[in-house]
Ligand binder design. Structure first.
Ligand code: AMP
Length: 274
């Protein structure tokens, strides 16, 4: 496995790659959720590139925020993790390498899909995501790129970007990896206290309740939302059911999305109902 940090090295490595190329973009602090993407990619492509880049553009105030500053960083551990899973190339550039002139002039603008839900609470977030993924696609030129259903809105936005900007890449989505207690794996979970972690279980519990309601033919999102909002330690942002492709509200059992802050940590989770 090679760890490379410059655009020039990545372009050279891509030029030498034979067969199919897969890309797993990450922000590092790798856990078993990332692991499921990498393992799947390893089985499906000839050359596997994992990027580890904490992209300031997708954080509030372009990274001038505690969420960005406190985000766990450990490139040594991430490299070891990738090596263990058979990654060929880890691309771990600095912020200066990715944005040599500082904040870029030219961004990908995501429109309405990027302004609802996560985008409403984190203005500019999806423009930052789409911009960096656009750059990574241009550099790694993957045949296949792997993303987690954990970030369902991100998947919808990026699928749309591929369509609207004619990227020659196939997007494959992997199911949410969860801890044994049901909590969706996230790099941010390490910032939860023990009490916060058990309070955070209310999110996945709500999604299970919604699924049970669908099974019983009596979906009542308002009731579940009210219960979650009253749950100790949980500051609820949203609990909604939307169409998985357009992200518009739906009365059908669609994609249930939840976001909340627990212990000062923003958490998201979701479930495809039905
Ligand atoms: P991140 O490092 O948080 O940007 O995540 C990198 C990729 O891993 C994204 O496509 C995420 O959706 C995916 N991912 C993160 N957590 C999980 C999880 N618990 N299950 C599945 N995929 C995940």
């Amino acid at each position: 496995m090679r760890v490379i940090t410059t655009v020039e090295e990545l372009r050279a490595a891509r030029a030498e790659a034979t067969g199919t190329v897969g890309l797993v973009p990450t922000m590092g602090a790798l856990h078993s959720g990332h692991g499921t993407l990498i393992e799947r990619a390893r089985r499906e492509v000839d050359t596997l590139i994992t990027s580890v880049f904490l992209n300031p553009l997708q954080f509030t105030d372009l990274g001038d925020t505690d969420d960005y500053r406190n985000y766990p960083r450990d490139i040594e551990a991430d490299s070891t993790f990738c090596e263990g899973l058979g990654v060929d190339i880890v691309f771990a550039p600095s912020v200066e390498e990715m944005y040599p002139g500082g904040i870029p002039q030219i961004w990908v603008r995501t429109g309405e899909m990027g302004t609802v839900l996560e985008g409403a609470s984190r203005p500019g977030h999806f423009d930052g995501v789409a911009t960096v993924v656009n750059k990574l696609f241009n550099l790694a030129k993957p045949d296949v790129a792997y993303f987690g259903q954990k970030d369902a809105q991100q998947v919808a936005v990026l699928r749309r970007m591929v369509r609207d900007l004619n990227h020659d890449v196939e997007i494959r989505t992997l199911p949410i990896a969860r801890a044994a207690d049901g909590l969706a794996q996230s790099s941010r979970n390490v910032r939860l206290s023990e009490a916060g972690r058990s309070q955070a279980l209310a999110l996945s519990r709500s999604l299970r309740t919604l699924q049970e309601q669908v099974d019983a033919g009596a979906l009542d999102v308002d009731a579940v939302r009210a219960e979650l909002a009253a749950s100790e330690g949980v500051t609820l942002d949203y609990l909604v059911v939307v169409d998985p492709d357009t992200l518009q509200p739906t009365s059908e059992p669609g994609l249930a999305l939840v976001a909340a802050t627990v212990d000062g940590v923003r958490l998201i989770d979701n479930a495809l109902l039905g």
